[in-house]
Write a protein that binds this ligand. Structure first.
Ligand SMILES: *Cc1c(COP(=O)(O)O)cnc(C)c1O
Length: 423
């Protein structure tokens, strides 16, 4: 039964007002400063932020741009990715990851995820590069056309980067980290965005470091590539009005930079709070005795019926799987920054309905994996080409998580889920 003393009757998925309330004066002052200068595009505020992001991540260069999507696009353009080139990536991510590849006429190659972390499975990459992946033979995809890979650090936990970097050296392709959800995350003590050749971050308002509009940044260690991205973001212009290459218009605004400078000061404290909330959820679910032991489920892609969207994990009817820290485990020198707190259940839709009824914000990230999106139907993937991604799409549910979330609110979310599971 729900705790009768708990008077909460709604919880937002994310409450940006709560965050703004804690930093209102600083933010307003920072924006006012920009208004007083009337310097709105790039300029000193953006340069300051770029240096602060360099310091924060440890990357040698940070180049601000208009969005996380453009950060990916500019990185691919800097590597001169062309029509016909392959770029390996995960189908279980926000659309922008693959959209950037497609916009350059290159071909996204969707390789399945590790069902435990939801990040791209390095074994799939290795199989593909060795020509041993089913996609190689079915579509005649040649490994030597792979020019880049975009691992995504989904939900705030980094992908397993060591094997990916090793493969990139052996097979000579560029690694672009999609770190849009993972600013501040760590993998074996190393920061998100500093392991691959490029790190792409988004400042979309709902991200862990969110602006008050669109924004993004690319982190780069290589001097020449950093300069290339700087030139590409201003139409390829260098010096001004002289164009050796065709770039895009993708600049960061001074107002966004001013807001982000204020928020960056709080980012680590907010990330720690997010993890604390995640651990609280874990504990509350465990105490309610509804957490399944992932390893005992034998939940590998092999256990998912091939060719069937209707993934059926019988064990997950009266219990759920809570997020698993692997690369993000502090014991592995990792840091999961919990951009999302995502559970899985065989009765996901029922849980979602119960949450909706209880006025609890929730979301499915992502209901249709990219290899099943209509715009990629020309690639002719079957759902069973990425079974773990299909299964995740059918079973995952994101719960409210943000630094200001209260324990009472979390208890209300957990009670609602537990009552549904036990009904
Ligand atoms: C948000 C996001 C992006 C795109 O960022 P925008 O700033 O919205 O363009 C790219 N990849 C992932 C994984 C994201 O979550």
């Amino acid at each position: 039964m729900p705790d009768q003393t708990n008077t909460i009757d709604s919880v937002d998925l994310l409450d940006l007002n709560a965050q703004y309330a804690t930093i209102k004066d600083e933010i307003n002052e920072a924006i006012q400063e920009v208004l007083d200068t009337q310097y709105f595009i790039l300029g000193p505020k953006v340069e300051e932020l770029e240096h602060q992001i360099e310091e924060y991540t440890g990357a040698k260069h940070a180049v601000g741009c208009a969005s996380g999507s453009d950060a990916l696009l500019l990185s691919l353009m800097a590597m001169d990715i062309q029509p016909g080139d392959y770029v390996l990536t995960s189908p279980y991510t926000f659309f922008a990851t693959a959209g950037a590849i497609s916009r350059l006429g290159a071909e996204p190659v969707f390789l399945d995820i590790d069902p435990k972390t939801y990040n791209i499975d390095p074994n799939q990459i290795e199989d593909f590069l060795k020509g041993k992946h089913p996609l190689n033979s079915r579509f005649g995809l040649k490994p030597n056309k792979v020019k880049a890979a975009i691992p995504v650090h989904l939900y705030g936990q980094m992908a397993d980067m060591d094997p990916i970097m090793e493969l990139s050296e052996t097979y000579d392709f560029t690694v672009i980290e999609d770190a849009a959800q993972a600013i501040g995350a760590k993998y074996k003590g190393r920061n998100a965005g500093t392991i691959g050749t490029f790190g792409c971050f988004s400042f979309f308002p709902s991200k862990n470091l969110g602006g008050y509009g669109d924004g993004g940044i690319v982190t780069i260690n290589n001097d020449e590539l950093a300069e290339r991205v700087r030139v590409l973001r201003v139409h390829g212009s260098k010096p001004k009005y002289h164009h050796h290459v065709v770039g895009v218009n993708s600049r960061l605004d001074a107002i966004q930079a001013a807001v982000l400078q204020v928020k960056l000061r709080y980012l680590d404290q907010w990330s720690d709070a997010r993890r604390e909330k995640a651990l609280t959820y874990n504990t509350l679910f465990k105490e309610a005795d509804v957490v399944a032991d992932y390893d005992k489920l034998g939940c590998t892609p092999d256990c998912i019926p091939m060719g069937d969207d209707n993934c059926d994990m019988h064990e997950l009817q009266n219990n759920i799987i809570t997020p698993t820290e692997v690369e993000g485990d502090p014991a592995n020198d990792g840091r999961h920054v919990y951009h999302q707190y995502v559970i899985r259940s065989g009765r996901r839709d029922e849980l979602q309905e119960a949450l909706n009824e209880a006025n609890i914000g929730n979301s499915i990230y992502y209901p249709v994996p990219l290899h099943q999106q209509e715009c990629f139907s020309y690639l002719d993937y079957k759902s069973a080409d990425c079974p773990a991604s299909m299964c995740a799409s059918n079973q995952t549910l994101a719960l409210p998580i943000y630094p200001e979330l209260s324990t009472e609110e979390q208890q209300y979310v957990v009670d609602t889920i537990v009552n549904t599971l036990n009904s």
